[in-house]
Design a binder for this molecule. Structure first.
Ligand code: GLC
Ligand code: CA
Length: 508
């Protein structure tokens, strides 16, 4: 299990209200106590923060607000002492528009860096070269008045896309990979791993009922060539390094293609799982499809949420603590590699952001607020009296109080992780659906482990199981003998699912 840390929001060691790498070191014991195998840090490289770290101006240095490369080295060492791996975020699709490469590229058509980005002449009417739209908002093209051409940006205007057909770009990124891998970093989460390569003919995307299908600016065959090469680089290290892709694609078949023949990415996020409604049938179908398509020897990769989607506590569970327990139990009993977003171990909900404090251009602040370590001024995140960069939420949900309470969500999370470590079948055993009907979803892992989750409003029962309950969302039933039919309680009848408007997958 990888524990995802949003560095600006985990722990602030120097008291400026912004989380930093020294803060992560100070709080690493929490991650080790939880039982994680490693951490993934959202971008720590230098950024003007138009897209909060995902617009990079220097790929081989640490942003001064977060620390230094020495701090990263210290973090890798501190993590190693605790048997934790450190995975970094790599952003190869685009740079910041302030990156010296782009500044040179846009300065004149003859610049040696011109072809590092995707430039194209205006259409005959002077408009953008084709109909591609940005993943965020508006056209994917911006006119550069000075040189009279448009540049491609699949995200913000401040995030020009690199031209991955250019061999020099490929060579430069191999150097960047090695820069960090040589420092003992365990691998990378590859940002928008499916985009990178664009159609050289710049063909229009086909129109769809809700916009367009990203046929020509996404999921190009050539991207697989890149990952086969990166896989060789990753495997040339001892121990081999990890490549985990943010494959933000709508369908499981496309996502699975990024595993190649076990020669591309080691893992690719199962985005449809995260974006699914919290519904037994919908989640089961995603998992069954994933299991059916996964290449032999590979494992799926699931997360309940991340810095791009509303927290699962709010998005799936309508802030209902009982449903939070069901979601965690379901998650930790899946077959695959799991990534847990900081704060989700507490059942932290979205934080309401007053309009004057909103920072993210597309509204993802509610899931990015500072960690709650204790119910005190600053929340244990920053010193008392300091204003954190984003507001703290309801501090009654915090690590210190939940650690003192064996019945807490935090202890449930930790006990599920520890059960998974102890039970080989829960880690590696095959998945097989047992019950699919109504609100109940039950499955077997390997020969001996059975998982039953009631996501519905009605009580449900499970037949033909014996043994004992290892962990139950109602902790009073832990270690009870299974006397069939085993009852699975529904969520409280008052449960209200968030309305589609309130539940915001950022892209789907
Ligand atoms: C990924 C990141 C997201 C970012 C986008 C553009 O989806 O997770 O936070 O805004 O890429 O880099
Ligand atoms: Ca700080």
């Amino acid at each position: 299990m990888l524990y995802q840390i949003y560095p600006r929001s985990f722990a602030d060691a120097n008291g400026d209200g912004i989380g930093d790498l020294r803060g992560v070191i100070e709080r690493l014991d929490h991650v080790a106590w939880l039982g994680a195998d490693g951490i993934w840090l959202n971008p720590i490289t230098v950024s003007p923060n138009a897209d909060w770290g995902y617009d990079v101006v220097d790929f081989c240095a640490v942003d001064p607000e977060l620390g230094t490369v020495d701090d990263l080295d210290a973090l890798v060492a501190a993590a190693r002492d605790r048997d934790l791996a450190v995975v970094l975020d790599l952003v190869p699709n685009h740079t910041s528009s302030e990156h010296p490469w782009f500044v040179a590229s846009r300065s004149l058509r003859e610049s040696p860096k011109r072809d590092w980005y995707v430039w194209a002449d205006p259409a005959s009417d002077g408009g953008p070269p084709n109909n591609w739209v940005s993943t965020f908002l508006g056209p994917a093209w911006e006119l550069d008045e000075k040189t009279g051409q448009y540049y491609l940006h699949n995200f913000l205007v401040e995030q020009p896309d690199l031209n991955w057909w250019n061999a020099a770009v490929r060579a430069e990124f191999e150097r960047i990979l090695r820069f960090w891998l040589d420092r003992g970093v365990a691998g990378f989460r590859v940002d928008v791993a499916h985009m990178l390569v664009h159609d050289q003919e710049l063909r229009d995307n086909p129109l769809a009922t809700d916009g367009q299908t990203q046929r020509y600016n996404s999921n190009h065959d050539e991207v697989h060539v890149l990952y086969r090469r990166w896989r060789e680089v990753a495997e040339s290290y001892d121990p081999p390094r990890l490549l985990l892709g943010e494959t933000f694609l709508p369908g499981v078949p496309e996502i699975v293609s990024y595993y190649g023949a076990d020669d591309e990415l080691h893992l690719a996020f199962d985005i449809p799982f995260t974006l699914s409604p919290f519904d037994a049938g919908a989640l089961r179908e995603v998992v069954e499809e994933t299991e059916a398509l996964m290449p032999p020897g590979s494992v799926p990769c699931y997360t309940l949420g991340n810095h791009d989607v509303n927290r699962f506590t709010t998005r799936w569970c309508g802030d209902d603590p009982e449903q939070v327990r069901v979601a965690l139990l379901l998650f930790f009993c899946l077959r695959g590699a799991l990534v847990l977003y900081y704060g989700d171990e507490l059942g932290l909900p979205d934080t309401r952001i007053p309009s004057a404090r909103r920072l993210d251009p597309i509204g993802r602040d509610p899931e990015r607020t500072p960690m709650h370590w204790a119910d005190e001024s600053g929340g244990g995140f920053c010193p008392p009296g300091v204003e954190p960069w984003l507001p703290l939420g309801d501090l009654t949900i915090n690590v210190a109080d939940q650690r003192d309470d064996p019945g807490s969500v935090l202890h449930l999370t930790r006990d599920l992780i520890s059960l998974r470590r102890a039970e080989r079948e829960l880690r590696d055993g095959a998945y097989a659906t047992l019950v699919a009907g109504g609100g109940l979803w039950a499955w077997r892992r390997g020969e001996r482990c059975v998982v039953a989750c009631n996501l519905g409003d009605e009580p449900a029962t499970l037949d033909n199981v014996d043994g004992e309950i290892a962990v139950c969302t109602d902790r009073a039933r832990d270690l009870d003998a299974c006397i069939t039919p085993v009852g699975c309680r529904p969520g409280p009848a008052s449960k209200e699912l968030p309305t589609p408007g309130a539940c915001r997958p950022t892209r789907c």
